[in-house]
Design a binder for this molecule. Structure first.
Ligand code: HEM
Ligand SMILES: [Ca+2]
Ligand SMILES: [Ca+2]
Length: 332
């Protein structure tokens, strides 16, 4: 009788252990699938604290973009220049004599105050909850979608920094004459593939560049035999359109308010504006990808979406690491 009781007890112990293990594993499974682990970015970050945040951003931004279509480009570049310097932490929005804005690399950065306007609207519904850096990511995401680009889901939960330093901006932001090798090194460090790096440059489907930044495209000779017809066109355009201070601008592609694959069509036909745009269409590492995106807009949108996620997630402050600023242009 005794061995039978012992065996039964053992079986029960095994069954109970299994049930305990199953319930623990089950819990872990639920935790990871809802991805609300504290201290990390998540799609549901404001689900309970500010469920309306995405619609408030969209509602506030829509009239701004309708009245000034060029602000889509400005917001996307603003996001890149923030994320490129100590991660997406709204460091570029801080005002001070030595802040990132005093770096020459941030020449022509605009629409910083737009993020402050949206922040006020968000705070009137959910005070002190949503970071300026998350609002900037959402605004850039909306700017892409509203100009005809992919409709992307973005991770949230970034915190804002308390520091902004112009020397760091000088060192981290790419120069206007950056080439393919350096561009690839910048973005592969952010975890992007070569395809994704070429796709994130597709942001130049929006907006303009100032003549001062495209000088080396036409400074070889005024009416030189070395120059392509496109470079001659640029030289004429900048000479006539611009004052001596080079305040004139040229479109980054033919459709500057439309987020489409025109940028790749232009660059693959020798009409890339900046050095990087032009070089990407001839460098063997990137040229086939430029061609692929020129042929297929869906491929561009797919790779851009993956790249945008990486650009906006790398090196961010989360949890107790940063703050939620009260005003986007000043530390609390
Ligand atoms: C190596 C990489 C890059 C270089 C060298 C570069 C360089 C530049 C330069 C020189 C301008 C013209 C600024 C002016 O004269 O007003 C510009 C404009 C722009 N860039 Fe980039 N860029 C790079 C990557 C990016 C990325 C990753 C994004 C977005 C995620 C981006 C978005 C934009 C946009 C939207 C504009 C137009 C801004 C406007 O019209 O207000 N760029 N870029
Ligand atoms: Ca930053
Ligand atoms: Ca375009």
């Amino acid at each position: 009788m005794e061995p039978v009781i012992l065996a039964c007890t053992r079986i029960w112990l095994i069954i109970i252990s299994c049930l305990v293990i199953i319930s623990i594993v089950g819990d872990v499974g639920v935790m990871s699938s809802s991805s609300t682990v504290a201290g990390l970015l998540s799609y549901q970050y404001y689900e309970t604290s500010c469920p309306q945040v995405e619609s408030i951003v969209t509602d506030k931004l829509t009239p701004i973009l309708l009245s000034d279509p060029a602000s889509s480009a400005a917001l996307l570049r603003l996001l890149f220049h923030d994320c490129q310097v100590q991660g997406c932490d709204a460091s570029l929005l801080l005002d001070s004599d030595t802040s990132e804005m005093s770096s020459s690399k941030n020449f022509a950065i605009r629409n910083r105050e737009t993020i402050g306007i949206i922040k006020t609207a968000v705070d009137s519904v959910c005070p002190g909850t949503v970071s300026c850096s998350d609002i900037l990511v959402l605004a850039a995401r909306d700017a892409v979608a509203m100009s005809g680009g992919p409709k992307m889901k973005v991770l949230l939960g970034r915190k804002d920094s308390n520091t902004s330093n112009h020397t760091l901006a000088d060192a981290s932001l790419p120069a206007a004459n950056t080439g393919v090798g350096e561009m690839l090194s910048i973005f592969t460090k952010r975890g992007m593939t070569v395809e994704e790096s070429v796709a994130i440059l597709g942001s130049h489907t929006l907006g303009v560049s100032h003549c001062v930044n495209i000088m080396d495209r036409f400074s070889r000779q005024i009416i030189g035999a070395n120059r392509t017809p496109f470079e001659t066109l640029l030289a004429l355009r900048c000479a006539f359109g611009a004052s001596i201070s080079n305040s004139g601008t040229v479109g980054n592609d033919v459709t500057i308010t439309k987020f489409d694959n025109q940028y790749y069509k232009d660059t693959s036909r020798g009409r890339g504006l900046l050095k990087i745009d032009s070089d990407m269409s001839t460098d063997p590492r990137t040229a086939p990808i430029v061609e692929r995106f020129a042929q297929n807009q869906n491929e561009f949108f797919k790779e851009f979406t993956a790249a945008f996620l990486k650009l906006t997630s790398a090196n961010v402050l989360t949890g107790h690491q940063g703050v939620v600023r009260t005003k986007c242009n000043a530390v609390n």
